[in-house]
Design a protein around this ligand. Structure first.
Ligand SMILES: CC(=O)SCCNC(=O)CCNC(=O)[C@H](O)C(C)(C)COP(=O)(O)OP(=O)(O)OC[C@H]1O[C@@H](n2cnc3c(N)ncnc32)[C@H](O)[C@@H]1OP(=O)(O)O
Ligand SMILES: O=C([O-])CC(=O)C(=O)O
Length: 441
């Protein structure tokens, strides 16, 4: 057995024993109360999931196994000559719970390189779609076509024992992660570059290869991809893409089925699609104003117009965060280092100065600060990656690292089917009248 798989198994067994003890002693402790409003309002603030890979603090932002983004940038192994973390190293951290050595990170890189071959029928499935199809639809179709390769599905059909679920899931997760850059790059080159495809470079790391296959062979773009793939990888368990992957996975759907389901959620404009919406919104503003460099006053007027027309300001607000997203800040730092004079990047910074007080003044928006999606597109445009409908695909490639590490943990801990209770408004009214027995069972 591969050493990383052995390490995971040892960690998962120890954690399972610990959780068993913990629940034996504390299982009946109450962790909170649920109000009727919460049930109607997207379950905001209800703790109801266990996700081991990362934890979100409303003020501080995300920590991956306890490490903040600046700490990851300092402590995770880097590519040769690079200064951003290798996302493969973050995957190891999320999976094993400890910082990897350089050897550990290289081991993941080489496993992914070895498994990166995508069967032809996946490309044929993508090619069968009209060229006008949204890249996220092509991507999910590609992932679904790849489901023919699921070891878990095959082994389950052959009578796999419960105690071995984790191992087939581990294998599927690594194979799927290995193949995603090729699928993403294929879609990019098919839709935007006349189907002139670029073969993988066996010597490059996972993100470097993605950049290479998309046609961006520039060391500073490789660095952007490493940072991008690291910071978008995970955001604890309750966000739509992670929660969906976990929920669908709880039915013992394999990695391919579960991840594809999660990415359909990422493709929604209130979640991952917001990254394309931000750039679209800025372009529309520039067009209306007739300038590439809107003033603070022009931005302010445009925000008011957006709000008046019943639309959200994309890239701002968050269901949990109550401060500027540290993923926004990490990208701002990257911008300051690599492209301080870029006009679009400077516009993103000016929007950051202008928008929060306006949103705050409305009184109803709980978080007026920018999230990760407010910044990512402008960095990509700087390198010529202007096709903003593609941006969520990059987010999806990264998100695979977190949600699939979590799915391996779900199997390692033998988590059960997820099935919360729902109610009807009629039943709520009966409950309010004191006929509460309908809520039982
Ligand atoms: C990777 C990610 O998924 S990060 C999020 C990406 N999404 C976006 O950037 C889209 C813009 N933002 C939003 O729509 C929201 O802030 C969300 C979906 C992220 C969070 O939603 P919620 O937790 O419901 O936010 P909140 O409790 O603050 O919402 C209260 C009200 O403010 C509105 N609001 C929240 N953010 C914004 C915004 N950026 N622009 C305008 N109105 C907003 C909500 O639509 C809601 O209005 P309503 O009462 O009329 O229905
Ligand atoms: O946490 C959330 O709800 C949304 C988010 O920022 C993410 O998934 O990256």
């Amino acid at each position: 057995m591969d050493i990383i798989k052995e390490r995971f198994k040892a960690k998962a067994d120890a954690a399972a024993t610990e959780i068993k003890e913990l629940l034996k002693e504390h299982g009946s402790k109450k962790i909170g109360e649920v109000s009727l409003s919460q049930v109607y309002q997207g379950m905001r603030g209800i703790t109801g999931l266990v996700t081991e890979t990362s934890l979100l603090d409303a003020q501080e932002g995300i920590r991956f196994r306890g490490y903040s983004i600046p700490e990851l940038q300092e402590k995770l192994p880097k590519a040769k000559g690079g200064s951003e973390p290798l996302p493969e190293a973050l995957f190891y951290l999320m999976l094993i719970g400890e910082l990897p050595t350089e050897d550990d990170a290289n081991r993941i890189t080489s496993i992914l390189q070895r498994r990166s071959h995508v069967p032809n029928h996946v490309f044929a499935a993508i090619d069968a779609l009209p060229i006008t199809t949204h890249p996220m639809t092509m991507y999910v179709v590609g992932v679904m076509a790849l489901q023919t390769e699921s070891v878990f599905a095959k082994n389950y059909a052959d009578g796999l024992s419960k105690k071995d679920y984790w191992e087939s899931t581990f294998e599927d997760a690594l194979t799927l992660i290995a193949r995603l850059p090729r699928i993403a790059a294929y879609i990019y080159r098919r839709k935007y570059k006349n189907s002139e495809h670029i073969q993988p470079d066996g010597l490059l790391d996972w993100s470097g290869n993605l950049a290479h296959m998309m046609g961006y062979d520039d060391e500073s773009f490789y660095e952007l991809m490493r940072l991008y793939m690291t910071i978008h990888a995970d955001h604890e368990g309750g966000n739509v893409s992670a929660h969906t992957t976990h929920l669908v996975g709880s039915a013992l759907s394999d990695c391919y089925l579960s991840y594809a389901a999660g990415m359909n959620g990422l493709a929604g404009p209130l979640h991952g699609l917001a990254n394309q919406e931000v750039i679209k919104w800025i372009y529309e503003m520039q067009k209306e104003i007739g300038s590439e460099e809107p003033t603070a006053e022009q931005i302010s007027d445009y925000v008011q117009k957006t709000l008046k027309s019943g639309k959200v300001v994309p890239g701002y607000g968050h269901a949990v965060l109550r401060k500027t997203d540290p993923r926004f800040t990490a990208q701002m730092e990257f911008g300051k280092k690599h492209m301080p004079d870029d006009k679009l990047v400077n516009t993103v910074w000016k929007i950051y100065d202008t928008v929060p007080p306006i949103l705050q003044s409305l009184g109803k928006i709980k978080n007026p600060w920018p999230n990760v999606d407010a910044h990512s597109g402008a960095l990509l445009v700087h390198y010529g990656l202007v096709e903003y409908e593609f941006y969520t695909v990059l987010f999806a490639v990264s998100r695979a690292l977190g949600v699939l590490a979590s799915l391996i943990w779900d199997r390692g801990l033998a988590f059960p089917l997820e099935r919360p209770k729902s109610v009807t408004t009629q039943s709520v009214k009966l409950w309010l009248e004191g006929k509460d027995e309908i809520w039982e069972g």
